[in-house]
Design a protein around this ligand. Sequence first.
Ligand code: SF4
Ligand code: SF4
Length: 317
Amino acid sequence: MTDARKIALTWKIHEMLHREGFDISGIAPAASHHEDAQHISDWIASGKHGTMRFMERNPGKRGDITSLVDGAKSVIVAGIRYYSADPPHSARSYFVSRYARVRDYHLVVEEKLNRVIRHLKEYIPDAGSRAFCDSEPVSEKAWAIRAGLGWRGRNSLVINKEIGSYIFLGEIVTTAELVYDNASSRDRCGACTLCIEACPTGAICDDRTIDARRCISYLTIEHKGDLPSEFSGKFGNMIYGCDRCQEVCPWNSKAIPWSDSEFVPEHDIAGLSKSDWQTMTPEDFKKLFKASAIRRTGFKMIRRNIDFVNSGLSEKR
Ligand code: SF4
Ligand code: SF4
């Protein structure tokens, strides 16, 4: 492919992503990066993944993105914001992480990326491409940084200097040769440690990883079994996820709420009162969260979280 054609195609892809509603996008050359697999292996070896056994699968693929698409040349990474400004903590309702207040991002982001792939086929019919969103074998934070979208903050999240860290990331791995962005090398956290200080359970580690066994987000969404009694009273009213380390981050102080119509949820999740949650039946749960990431966690675990939060709140009184 000539350089002029590569430039035109790259421009077109950024334009398509923008039209799909993505706020940021960047492209990195596809290559194996065994450090990605090592990073996860070290984290798993230290036990910080808790009971997330699925993280132990596919270590080879995680270090070699080219194994996901034959002849892969480029990794396109796109980000779309999901911030919402509704009150984070209120006495009349339980807290649900902002990312789960919109329609399930796995579905929305993959749909958007698959439309871009279909469109891309019109320009390069022979290209092989696959879309990923929060899929196991892709180390998406590492790829977002390689594609120039941001840096890994102390809270372990990718932060973009324009739109902050409330972003869903998605990737297209493709055989198309494109023009690449420079990796983000600058750490803009500086001397700030606000997220570490704000974390209610001390889950943020010095190496910019999270100890999932202490993280409210993991404990309320992924952890099976009883919640550790040492954290009783520390969850506040959080029954699904925790945004504390994002809420305090100065790079989110100007975050703009999401506006993409595909994210509009079927039900106003943030508007559910405590009594709505407490009287919810398994059937209500299925109906309410049909198109929400919350359905993956399941009714029983949400009930467990409500009971844990209620017992912590009553201890405090
Ligand atoms: S999500 Fe909450 S518990 Fe987890 S690291 Fe961030 S502040 Fe700590
Ligand atoms: S709160 Fe401070 S240290 Fe934490 S991620 Fe944001 S800028 Fe970095």
